[in-house]
Design a protein around this ligand. Structure first.
Ligand SMILES: [Zn+2]
Length: 143
């Protein structure tokens, strides 16, 4: 744990799934309502600092979240990103993208290209996403 690391603190965000290893949170981003992040619970800087089995575990969770998004909200594209320049604590951004969204086709961190917004997702759709994530992650981890 690092005193200045936000990801070492309990998350203030809605947790969609977690175990002792990592958690999946919903970022509640106004432009990207289904934007999720997978956060390792231990303060580790790089994926290659993890044992190979834990690297694989992290990616199984990331891919399970991606699969849940594809099934429930059917985005045009999903962006996966791991930067950590500001927060050097292993985490993956999982960003469903739609070709009418504000930054498409740029990164969602890039320059806005249009005034478009993503589709609105009702609470029931986000609840369905949470349910699907909770269904797919244990399956992925047991395979
Ligand atoms: Zn940390």
């Amino acid at each position: 744990m690092t005193a200045s690391c936000a990801l070492c603190e309990p998350s203030p965000l809605l947790t969609l799934w977690q175990d002792d290893f990592c958690r999946v949170v919903l970022l509640n981003d106004v432009d990207y309502p289904a934007y999720c992040r997978v956060e390792l619970k231990e303060h580790v800087k790089e994926m290659t600092d993890l044992a190979p089995i834990d690297r694989a575990r992290m990616m199984k969770v990331v891919f399970a979240v991606e699969s849940a998004m594809r099934e429930i909200i059917q985005p045009d594209k999903i962006n996966l990103a791991s930067l950590g320049n500001k927060t050097p604590h292993v985490h993956w951004h999982i960003v469903p993208r739609f070709d009418g969204d504000k930054h498409f086709p740029n990164s969602h961190w890039g320059e806005a290209t249009q005034s478009g917004k993503q589709p609105e997702f009702s609470l029931s759709v986000l609840a369905a996403l949470k349910t699907k994530i909770a269904e797919l992650i244990p399956c992925a981890l047991s395979s």
